[in-house]
Design a protein. Structure first.
Length: 608
């Protein structure tokens, strides 16, 4: 085992780099740093897998700096090192860590002659959403940056600029490499790597990099050394930090939200992160929890929400506010905040919905218990098949125990009463709930672990109640289901037409839509009556023009029906407005009659 004393590193660190790490409070190297820094500072490509919070950022930041300090080629307009991260938040964090080390360089800002190679290193952040790429190129040339840290899309655009040279790139780092090598980033990443010189050092870092082994060749590594830093020992080897205590609870869908509230009220923490499956769920639950807060949660708790559909400005602001919040705080988020984020005060991570793949569980849970601190992780699962997820996690070397089920007697009923009251105050809230429900169903249909997260066992009604719906949305997934309430109503005798929007403009618009719909229905009725009257007249021989007109009319009617159906289906797509009452009504009638027609046949519920 390598010594963990910074002074024992060979070759020794440049003195101001050594000062920097000591001043940052890092008395000794972490195990991953002790193993990786000598290799990556030397001539080795590395593939590094070490648990969350084990200090991988410093393990690549120091070799980048040392390598660039030992080359003579870092001059204006040329990139010396590139770090790629999958999210803007993570890229920003890495950029800050590198900058905090670079702050220890000696010399005056702007003192050097720009035409000559310089040893004063500078870094630059390149992410979408903040500035445009031309401005980034100008900053790059003005500041004489050598290390660029960014997300794949912006980095590719940036290096496509003729003013940016990559031919002298010395080091490439892919942080959260397995995520970057996934299909989603495939083409962009290949586009970047194709443009980089082959003579370079490459480092791949992640808590779960080994699963992406088949993809490593794409990153252009040359005889890489694989460094795996494990926790625990022998058969007790773990994929989560030893200081992280992970547990699960099995609940009905309706108990999940009351249980979350109970956790937030009773657990001990400074900061908690709660993970949901979709952006729409974060939007809805944030709205519900922050509005019901004083009735069900302590008023002192600050609630934040972060998801990928937020514009960059609010996204950065929310994260910064959560990080700097001095009161007890909870962040409701999606997997956009699952990897890499380092917020030392996070004591607890709650996975309200299980993630779409098992590795994501490790990354989410790893936002707590960083750098040797104690932390807790809670996973909520629905009763039934989802319980098999526990075995899968154990196979993945996650030590997990069953948590005590929170006692929800009385609290459950009280909560849903409050939720319903709040929901009825504004129709917009129900729209949000419908969107969240639809997005969750869609998430479930696309789950990668289909043997555990089975659509055929999905509790459509239970989740609809859990989301506080008054009526099920008309969505294709419900088409062939038996036992649904008539018309999809969860709330008996509810007058949907009298359910109004609080926002007067939105309500006005709804009233206009209702009137337009009524006018259309009346016109269609009048048309069909006049048609049937025309039919009653004896048909004249040799009147091909009328037959032609009738055929044309029928064609038009068929076409308009087809269009309506297409609109109804499109409207329940994730992220779009939910169907209006009338369209829901039409769609529900159609669904019910189709179901009745199919009742005799034994059709499988879902084609899995
Ligand atoms: N040598 C050290 N001694 C003490 N703390 C350290 C040391 N190196 C890094 N840390 C701290 O450890 C924490 C986690 O580091 P880092 O974010 O690099 O982890 P990581 O391994 O990249 O985690 P993840 O896999 O979640 O991205 C940070 O707060 C960092 O300041």
């Amino acid at each position: 085992m390598a010594s963990r004393d910074w002074n024992q590193l060979s070759p020794r660190l440049t003195s101001w780099v050594a000062d920097a790490v000591q001043s940052m409070g890092y008395a000794k190297m972490t195990p991953v740093q002790a193993s990786v820094i000598p290799l990556f500072c030397g001539n080795k490509d590395v593939v590094v897998e070490a648990v969350t919070g084990s200090g991988k950022t410093i393990a690549f930041a120091i070799p980048i700096i040392e390598r660039l300090l030992n080359t003579s080629l870092v001059s204006r307009g040329r990139i010396g090192a590139m770090v790629i991260a999958p999210t803007r938040e993570l890229a920003t964090q890495i950029y800050k860590v590198i900058n905090s080390i670079l702050a220890f360089q000696g010399g005056e800002e702007g003192a050097e002659d720009e035409s000559k190679p310089t040893k004063r290193l500078r870094s630059q952040l390149l992410i979408g959403g903040a500035s445009n790429v031309n401005a980034d190129v100008e900053t790059f040339l003005d500041n004489n940056s050598h290390i660029v840290v960014g997300t794949p899309g912006r980095l590719l655009e940036f290096i496509k600029s003729p003013k940016v040279q990559v031919s002298n790139l010395e080091v490439l780092v892919l942080d959260e490499a397995d995520r970057l090598l996934e299909l989603g980033f495939g083409q962009t990443l290949d586009g970047i790597i194709r443009r980089l010189p082959k003579q370079r050092r490459t480092g791949l870092f992640s808590a779960t990099v080994s699963d992406a082994v088949g993809e490593l060749a794409r990153a252009g590594l040359r005889n890489p050394v694989k460094v795996v830093v494990k926790t625990g020992n022998g058969s007790g080897e773990q994929k989560v930090p030893t200081t992280l205590h992970v547990s699960y609870t099995v609940l009905t869908p309706e108990d999940k939200l009351p249980a979350l509230i109970e956790y937030l009220n009773t657990l001990t923490y400074k900061k908690t992160i709660v993970y949901f499956a979709t952006c729409a769920s974060v939007v809805y639950f944030y709205s519900a929890l922050s509005n019901l807060k004083s009735s069900v949660i302590s008023d002192e708790l600050s609630i934040f929400s972060l998801h990928g559909k937020l514009p960059q400005g609010p996204r950065t602001k929310t994260l910064n506010n959560f990080i700097s919040s001095s009161s007890r705080s909870v962040l409701l988020t999606t997997d956009v905040a699952a990897r890499g984020l380092d917020i030392p005060e996070v004591d607890i991570v709650i996975q309200f919905d299980a993630p779409y793949e098992a590795n994501m569980f490790l990354h989410r849970a790893g936002r707590a218990a960083r750098a040797g601190r104690y932390g807790e992780g809670y996973l909520m699962l629905s009763e039934g098949r989802e319980e098999d997820y526990i075995e899968l996690l154990r196979v993945k070397k996650v030590k997990i125990s069953e948590a005590e089920r929170p006692s929800l007697e009385k609290k459950r009923a009280k909560f849903y009463k409050l939720l319903r009251k709040w929901m009825l105050e504004d129709r917009e809230r129900h729209d949000q709930a419908v969107k969240a429900y639809v997005s969750y169903v869609r998430f479930y249909t696309k789950h990668t672990m289909t043997s555990i997260f089975r659509m055929s066992e999905f509790d459509f009604l239970g989740y609809a109640r859990a989301y506080g719906l008054l009526r099920l949305p008309s969505m294709p997934e419900l088409k062939t289901l038996e036992g649904l309430p008539e018309g999809g109503w969860l709330e008996k005798d509810f007058d949907m037409s009298a359910y109004t929007y609080k926002d007067s403009k939105r309500e006005e618009q709804r009233q206009i839509e209702i009137k337009e719909k009524e006018a259309k229905t009346a016109a269609a009725k009048a048309k069909s009556e006049s048609k049937s009257k025309a039919k009653e007249k004896p048909s004249l021989p040799n009147t091909p023009w009328s037959a032609k007109a009738e055929r044309q009319e029928k064609r038009e009617e068929r076409h308009s029906k087809k269009q309506k159906r297409a609109i109804a289906v499109a409207q329940v797509k994730v992220g779009e407005e939910s169907s209006s009452d009338e369209e829901m009504e039409d769609d529900w009638k159609k669904m019910v009659s189709e179901r009745k027609a199919k009742k005799q046949k034994t059709v499988p519920v879902f084609d899995l």
